[in-house]
Design a protein around this ligand. Structure first.
Ligand code: URA
Length: 482
């Protein structure tokens, strides 16, 4: 069959984008391809600096034609806001497969508009990962670019910085530096290109080398003393710091010379501050809505770095009973509600059996983010560490102060630690309520997921004890007038 006789959808296309970071060009080409019914395996994408075997897929008839946009009146292309916002960032990633990934997802979105809601989908997850990597790279650029002063005859004072981004983020971040350093004349040099601001006009220049940028200058002393003064031992996590501020950036940062000295002894001080509850979490929130808002952005422990959404407690303000679990699981993370997965369903059955109305209780967790490790398509639950629970106590305690329950039921050891700030044995302490400082009572029992892990006689016995604990809670609630 000749090329002319084949329909568009039967042929292979090579799309050459003009720039490695050109989202609009990708979008225009992708729209045209979708409208023409060209399936993802028939498209090869390339852009300057993108290598790999993209050209392996040439047109079946040997031409590898550039794609031409479809005729007017072609059907509209569906892409939801979330996809577009992630795609804008993902295009800036250095992964040569990014354009193809985006096109596959766009193609799937035409048939299933809910694709982006499936957090376990490998392509959605990869897109989220690209977006995260690019945001992190931009964040590093904002934080670690260090200008050095050079004087030149035509310009007078001019500031030059050297930076090595991992992704194609230079142009996308130009606006940030223009706004921030509007009154300076500056250049940012990178191995992929350069930006120049003359106080008025931004221009782009060719790639540069590190040796094109100047060495130290007197401003560096200023940086160093500023850094030493803001260095906060309570926020220092060496592993996290190295991840956030990899050594490769240190050579451009005058203050980095101080880091080893500042680290010395800081860890000891930090653990004292956590133990003493003095970790600086800012102002205590005054409403549940404020907590719900703040926990999403909380990055005070490594779980927050997983970048999934936090799950807020739910239930009426002033509830007599507050039920505290360990942390959201996979389904809680996806729905944004506590105790809706298998453990939650088991809990609901036993609460109902005990005559406790879950809707009248405030249900929450000691830890607000789901901690997991990815395994293929699945996300496997990981128990939070004592330190992670202690950091998150700030939020669950804030919830308790606002809801003001008379009785708190902690399910399992993590929840107990979240309420008490120390480890206790739930089975040894169960049955004997503990008085909390505001006059309310803490009751302890096992976590329903513990029951789910047992079988046979052990499960029957533990279930009996669990029911007995809930019956005790019910009786106490009645005595409290609930
Ligand atoms: N396990 C918990 O501890 N909390 C939930 O919300 C779900 C499962």
């Amino acid at each position: 069959m000749s090329a002319a006789a084949k329909s568009v959808a039967d042929r292979y296309f090579v799309v050459s984008l003009p720039d490695a970071d050109d989202f609009d060009a990708w979008r225009e080409a992708a729209r045209g391809l979708v409208q023409a019914g060209v399936s993802p395996e028939r498209v090869a994408w390339t852009a300057p600096g993108v290598s790999g075997d993209l050209f392996a897929q040439q047109d079946a008839d040997g031409g590898g034609p550039q794609f031409r946009p479809p005729r007017p009146g072609a059907p509209p292309v569906r892409a939801n806001r979330r996809f577009v916002s992630l795609a804008r960032n993902a295009v800036l990633h250095s992964d040569p497969e990014r354009f193809a990934l985006l096109y596959r997802l766009l193609w799937r979105l035409q048939r299933n508009p809910h694709v982006m809601e499936d957090k376990a989908d490998p392509e959605v997850r990869r897109l989220e990962e690209l977006d995260r990597n690019v945001r992190r790279d931009s964040h590093k650029m904002h934080a670690f670019v260090r200008f050095r002063l050079v004087e030149n005859e035509t310009d007078g004072e001019h500031y030059v910085a050297w930076f090595e981004p991992e992704h194609h983020i230079l142009r996308a971040n130009a606006g940030f530096f223009v706004r921030r350093f509007a009154n300076m004349k500056w250049s940012i040099l990178t191995p992929a290109g350069s930006l120049h601001w003359d106080g008025d006009v931004l221009s782009e220049g060719p790639p540069a080398q590190r040796s094109d940028a100047p060495g130290g200058d007197p401003m560096e002393d200023l940086w160093r003393s500023y850094y030493a003064s803001i260095f906060n031992p309570a926020r220092l996590k060496i592993g996290a710091m190295l991840k956030e501020m990899p050594r490769k950036y240190w050579k451009n940062m005058p203050e980095a010379a101080l880091i080893p000295e500042l680290i010395a002894g800081a860890q000891k001080r930090e653990s004292k501050m956590v133990t003493a509850g003095a970790l600086d979490m800012g102002e205590r929130p005054e409403t549940l809505a404020a907590i719900g808002h703040a926990i999403h952005a909380c990055r005070h422990c490594p779980i927050g770095q997983l970048d999934n959404d936090a799950v807020m407690g739910e239930g009426p303000l002033g509830a007599t009973l507050m039920i505290v679990g360990e942390q959201p699981g996979d389904q809680e993370d996806m729905t944004g509600r506590p105790f809706v997965g298998p453990a939650g369903q088991l809990l609901d059955r036993h609460l109902e059996h005990a005559g406790i109305d879950r809707r009248a209780a405030y249900v929450t967790n000691a830890v607000k983010h789901f901690k997991f490790v990815p395994r293929g398509k699945r996300r496997l639950h990981q128990s939070p560490t004592a330190k992670e629970i202690d950091v998150c106590r700030w939020w669950v305690e804030s919830e308790r102060m606002i809801v003001k329950p008379k009785l708190v039921l902690a399910l399992g050891a993590s929840a107990a630690r979240g309420m008490l700030g120390k480890t206790v044995s739930v089975t040894k302490m169960g049955g004997a309520p503990i008085a909390l400082e505001d006059g309310s009572e803490l009751w302890l029992t096992v976590h329903p997921s513990y029951l789910l892990r047992l079988d046979g006689a052990a499960r029957a016995e533990q279930t009996r004890l669990f029911d007995a604990d809930l019956a005790g809670v019910k009786a106490r609630l009645e005595a409290l007038g609930a």
